[in-house]
Design a protein around this ligand. Structure first.
Ligand code: APR
Ligand code: ZN
Length: 239
């Protein structure tokens, strides 16, 4: 397996997806056929579902909170923490994952573009910031309320909603000279377009995962393998 050499002038942007948490025991979306309790995941993770059946939406995210609490970071998460320690501000991590395994591994320069499982926010978007909430609710009556009185919703970007931190993400991609994408099928936008944005800026682009993603053609290099096995030995950082 070839190494990725990172020089002193390189700025690294990493994008991760569900695949990086697979070896921590968290199932990916497409591996489970995108189904949960007989529902298409896309039917549970929408603003419409929250409106029509908030109990179902909260049941889904409560289960995922319970599952996430049992998982631990794996060698792939740790390899990214170690890379950040070497690169400092020349490292940036954008994850599509809502689990907190990156921060539990020690990542600092990190954004969750699709939100965070461990937070909730006002359903009415009244302007109150998201609150830490790891509760596993067994009924809708237990779900907390915002200061304004509205019910809390998961701090998750549903299908059809705009991802978080897009300005910062665009800025970071704009200065990246190397993009590393790990464990994402390349089927959800805008994240699936990041590789194109990086290439337009002249960056090298590397994909790591057991199979080529849908947008594999856009990468300069596809490294086939599990993230936890590939990432720990992939980077050589020149000083
Ligand atoms: N290491 C690396 N990659 C892996 C591993 C592994 N051990 N196991 C599986 N993968 C890869 C699969 O090959 C697949 O390409 O992880 C990818 C998982 O793809 P998806 O399930 O589609 O997950 P992701 O791309 O993160 O989904 C994007 O879709 O449902 C929405 O908002 C949700 O953030 C999510 C978005
Ligand atoms: Zn409110």
């Amino acid at each position: 397996m070839g190494k990725i050499v990172i020089g002193s002038g390189d700025w690294v942007f990493v994008l991760t997806g569900a695949g990086i948490s697979a070896e921590s025991g968290l199932p990916t979306f497409r591996a489970s056929d995108g189904l949960w309790a007989g529902h298409r995941v896309e039917d549970v993770c929408t603003p419409e579902a929250l409106e029509l059946n908030p109990a179902l939406v909260w049941q889904f995210y409560s289960e995922r909170r319970a599952q996430g609490a049992k998982a631990d970071p794996n060698p792939a998460h740790i390899a990214l923490t170690e890379l950040e320690a070497k690169l400092g501000d020349r490292f940036f991590l954008c994850t599509q994952n809502v689990d907190d395994l990156h921060e539990r591994a020690g990542s600092k320069r990190l954004v969750h573009m699709h939100g965070e499982l461990a937070k909730s926010r006002c359903e009415d978007e009244c302007g109150q910031p998201p609150v830490t909430d790891r509760a596993v609710y067994t009924s809708l009556d237990e779900v907390g309320r915002c200061a304004c009185g509205a019910r809390l919703r998961p701090h998750i970007v549903f299908f059809g909603e705009i991802p978080l931190e897009m300005e910062r993400i665009q800025r970071e991609i704009g200065r990246a000279t190397l993009m590393v994408v790990v464990g994402t099928s390349g089927s959800v936008y805008p994240a699936a377009n990041y590789v194109q944005w990086a290439r337009q800026g002249g960056a090298r682009t590397v994909y790591v995962g057991p199979e080529p993603p849908l947008n594999a053609h856009a990468f300069t290099n596809v490294v086939e393998g599990k993230a936890g096995e590939v990432l720990p030995g992939l980077f050589v950082v020149e000083t």
